[in-house]
Design a protein around this ligand. Structure first.
Ligand code: ADP
Ligand code: MG
Length: 388
């Protein structure tokens, strides 16, 4: 039985600006690309500033004779291009951990155009690991420390949504068949039938799993980026815990932490997709569009219909977005004028998402009322009663 709502919380929206890689001078010697994002402080940035280096300069026009937009945005956090993985983790996912260990669902997702740093932020590399690794390291540590008082069971799954099909990234089926999303009415959980669950022994195991899983992600060449990942990758960590001392009538706290690396948000026109790629683009957009529509619906004062059913991604995230969940959106942007429209669109999307209110509830169930659902817990409890 879920407890009553314990409050409302807005989605946290962070923006991370990746380093400026593109040559500022093109092959003809023209100053082709310029910086279009100025980070003012850890909450404010300016898109398309007049001149980030000289605030007193008179208003100028760029080479496309377009007036500088000079739009000031405020977010919960802004990370500039020198921010470390640890700093981004501390400002986004880390504050969710207490809640997850107290039975509150949580979601972190990276949104942005291809090449703007989503996978770097979420997965990173073994030398410079990202949010999943840093979160799992802390979770393992916290669970270890609490193990004398708590019985904790944690498991992990990793899937992709590609072309509106769901595939297991850790145990891909040879037939490429889509896994089914089902709603488990009793527990307010979405279940993916046949998805493998894993119990990594330590955090290095997690990194190996991620690398293996990411190799299984569907990739396809597009004009925007030859190895762009065209799928949404969803890592879920399920945690169930119970006080050892409280005996058989103790309630079990359950929470799911979802960490999601979304597919590129650029529109089909940028990639000039054709044929199959176009269909793929349409489906990717369908999931992202549905995500945007759910976000919009959640923004309204009295959201009565949230269109979760419009795509696989949003069905999967039904209890991870507006329902029983705390949400952090990491918006990855490029500071280069090469990505002018994508960065502008991404910032507009992120700005809209700031208005989501989520109803946060603690998940706890009465063990005695749900014995049939939890045979594993029962056997653990029995074993403990026998010891006593
Ligand atoms: P996306 O997943 O959004 O398509 P990636 O994470 O693959 O983008 O980033 C594109 C490239 O930029 C990669 O080579 C990545 O290593 C690099 N990169 C992105 N963000 C950063 C960052 N903050 N610091 C250093 N390199 C980065
Ligand atoms: Mg990527």
């Amino acid at each position: 039985m879920a407890n009553d709502a314990s409050g409302t919380a807005a989605i946290t929206v962070a923006v991370r600006v990746r380093p400026f890689f593109e040559a500022a001078v093109d092959s003809t010697g023209d100053v082709g690309l310029r910086r279009i994002v100025q980070v003012v402080d850890d909450r404010i940035l300016v898109f398309d500033p007049v001149d980030p280096n000289s605030r007193n300069q008179t208003r100028t026009y760029n080479h496309g004779s377009r007036r500088h937009k000079e739009i000031r945005y405020g977010f919960d956090r802004v990370f500039n291009e020198t921010a470390t993985q640890q700093e981004v983790y501390e400002g986004t996912a880390q504050p969710l951990i207490d809640g997850v260990l107290n039975g509150y669902n949580a979601t972190v997702f990276a949104y942005g155009a291809t090449g703007c740093g989503k996978t770097h932020t979420i997965t990173g590399t073994p030398q410079d690991p990202g949010i999943i690794f840093l979160t799992m390291r802390e979770l393992f540590h916290r669970i270890d420390n609490a193990s004398s008082e708590q019985l904790v069971d944690s498991s992990l799954s990793y899937l992709e949504v590609y072309n509106e099909t769901i595939r297991d990234l850790l145990c891909p089926s040879p037939s490429n068949q889509s896994l089914d999303v089902r709603e488990d009415d009793g527990s307010n959980r979405v279940v993916v039938a046949g998805l493998s669950e894993h119990r990594p022994k330590n955090v290095d195991d997690v990194m190996q799993m991620l690398i293996k899983g990411n190799e299984n992600r569907t990739r396809a060449p597009t004009e925007a980026n030859a190895v762009s990942s065209r799928s949404h990758a969803v890592l879920q960590i399920h945690i169930r815990q119970r006080d050892r001392a409280a005996g058989v009538n103790a309630s079990v706290k359950m929470a799911t932490l979802s960490i999601i690396d979304l597919a590129g948000s650029e529109r089909a026109s940028v990639t000039k997709n054709k044929g199959e790629r176009l269909l793929e683009g349409a489906n990717i957009n369908r999931s992202l569009l549905a995500l945007g529509n759910c976000i919009n619906a959640l923004c309204s004062e009295r959201p009565n219909h949230i269109p979760y059913r419009d795509s696989k991604l949003t069905r999967l995230l039904k209890y991870s977005l507006g329902g029983n969940c705390r949400v952090v959106m990491i918006t990855n942007i490029s500071p280069s004028s090469f990505h002018y429209d994508e960065t502008h669109n991404t910032l507009k999307y992120a700005n809209r998402a700031k208005n989501i209110k989520t109803k946060v509830e603690q998940n706890s169930i009465d063990v005695t009322a749900h014995l049939a659902q939890y045979p594993k817990i029962i056997s653990e409890l029995k074993a403990e009663v026998e010891v006593l």
